[in-house]
Each structure stands twice: as structure tokens, then as C-alpha cells.
Design a protein around this ligand. Structure first.
Ligand code: GLN
Length: 265
């Protein structure tokens, strides 16, 4: 089939036009502009099967193996959460707050998205990143090597691999979707442990609020991503843990998406 015929097929399958174009451009080995000028050419044999996979709900990033995030394009596999544009709000906030040469930790780094976006934007930062999953950490490490970005990768849960170390800034996008959130049922292609801690979704956010102070220099910040309806709860967790200047930031859609506080020491 030609690319044009496949675009018609994609519409019939109810696919987002952007996803169909991105997939077809990917298999063509060219960009979208090329696709528009060469729509009558025969597409590679796997092109139609990819449209079927998209229609069955598989994420585009799993078909192509790539996901853009902030200023980077990251390799992703089913072992990691696919980085979301929402998380760019956390990156921007961290970049604003990080003093020159700051030591930064990204906890539960997954694909390495936050750690690598920070290091790419600010080479002066000394970035350390942890993840409990060896397969996720391998994805993150490979992304760092391919992009030529030096991050100190550590295997282990949250702050466990960082005993005795202190930072100027700690950031994390932990699992936070509540177990009964209907949205969760549709997310079958990513590691469940990266999406939800179970219950009301606050367990890991609470753990990070409680354990980060011993790893922050006086004046250091903890910034946490959370669900659109969890800002108040996370503000309370940070205040209870003794953080000052507790406040939230919105994502691109204007929803409160991350909350942070300053550790006074
Ligand atoms: N923001 C993601 C979603 O709602 C979830 C990521 C997370 O739990 N950290 O799909």
C-alpha cells in the first residue's frame, strides 16, 4: 500500500492523524515533509501492521522506540514509563531553582528523562539518578551514553543508594495514580509499578517527603510531580515533614502538577 492509502486506513481505524503521520514518517526513514511529497510511493511492509498496533492501543513510542522529551529524544522500552510532556513543568522548575554547580538527584528516573533533560540544559549541574529496576536503569544509562550526558546512575529504591549523600535539589516523578483511577486501566503498556503505588496514590510521595530532608543541604529544594488533584495533599505532606516555602506549579494544561518545598536545615 502507498503512504496515502495508509493514511486513509489510519483514519478508518480512528487513529490520531499526528500518530499516524509520525509512525509513517518513522517507517519511511524520512520526515513528515517528505511524506507529503511522496504519498504515492509504496510503504514498507511493516507500516500497515504498525497502524493496527496503534489502533489496539499500543503507544507510538513502543512502535518507534523513541519519545521526545524537553529538548531530547529518548529511547524507551516497555521497561520504563514513557516520558510525558506534563513532566517538563518539573524540569523547568528545577532549572529555575538549581544554583550554579548544584548537586541534583532524580529519584525513580525510569528512562532517565528528568536527569538527562537537566544535564543537557545545564552542564554545570552534578546529576545523580536512582531507579529500583535494573532494566529501567539500563535504558537510562544507554540514553545518557548515546547523548553524551554524564549522569551518576545508581541502582536502588528512592534514596537508598544515596546513604550519607546530600543534595541542593531532589526531584522525582514517582508513581502516583490511585488504584481505583479509571485512567489506570488504559495504561497497560507501561510498568504498573511506575504508574501506581496502589491505594490513594500518595504512598511514594509521602515516603519521599519524609525521607528527603536528611539528603538535602540547608536551603535545598524537594520537587515532586503528582496527579492533578493531589497538590493539596502533597503540600500537606511537605509541611508536615518540615519544609518551608511550600508551593505548587502548573503543567502546560494549567493543572497543578508539581509541588515543592525548601529545607531550612
Ligand atoms: N502522568 C502519568 C499519567 O497520568 C503518570 C505518571 C506517574 O504516575 N508518575 O499517565
Amino acid at each position: 500500500m502507498s503512504f496515502d492509502e495508509l493514511l486513509v486506513e489510519a483514519r478508518r481505524l480512528g487513529l490520531e492523524r499526528q500518530d499516524a503521520l509520525a509512525w509513517l514518517a518513522h517507517v519511511s526513514g524520512h520526515d513528515r515533509t517528505w511524506l507529503f511529497a511522496h504519498g504515492d510511493e509504496a510503504a514498507p511492509a511493516n507500516a500497515a501492521a504498525g497502524l493496527q498496533r496503534l489502533a489496539a492501543g499500543e503507544p507510538l513510542a513502543h512502535l518507534t522506540g523513541w519519545q521526545p522529551f524537553h529538548d531530547l529524544v529518548l529511547a524507551v522500552t516497555p521497561d520504563v514509563l514513557i516520558p510525558r510532556p506534563d513532566t517538563e513543568a518539573l524540569v523547568e522548575w528545577a532549572l529555575e531553582l538549581a544554583p550554579g554547580g548544584a548537586r541534583v538527584a532524580d529519584l525513580g528516573t525510569g528512562s532517565g528523562a528528568i536527569a538527562l533533560a537537566l544535564k543537557a540544559a545545564r552542564p554545570d549541574l552534578a546529576v545523580t539518578a536512582t531507579d529500583l529496576s535494573p532494566t529501567a536503569l539500563a535504558v537510562a544509562r544507554a540514553n545518557g551514553e548515546r547523548l553524551g550526558l554524564a549522569v551518576d546512575w545508581r541502582l536502588g529504591s528512592w534514596l537508598a543508594p544515596l546513604a550519607g549523600e546530600a543534595f541542593d535539589l531532589i526531584v522525582s516523578n514517582p508513581p502516583y495514580i490511585a488504584a481505583d483511577d479509571p485512567h489506570l486501566a488504559a495504561l497497560t503498556h507501561e510498568p504498573l509499578g511506575a504508574l501506581t503505588p496502589g491505594g490513594d496514590g500518595l504512598a511514594d510521595l509521602a515516603h519521599l517527603a519524609a525521607t528527603s530532608p536528611t539528603h538535602l543541604h540547608p536551603g535545598g529544594w524537594l520537587l515532586l510531580e503528582h496527579g492533578w488533584d493531589q497538590a493539596e495533599a502533597v503540600q500537606r505532606l511537605l509541611a508536615q515533614a518540615g519544609f518551608a516555602n511550600v508551593r505548587s506549579q502548573t503543567d502546560r494544561a494549567g493543572r497543578p502538577r508539581c509541588t515543592g518545598g525548601r529545607w531550612q536545615g
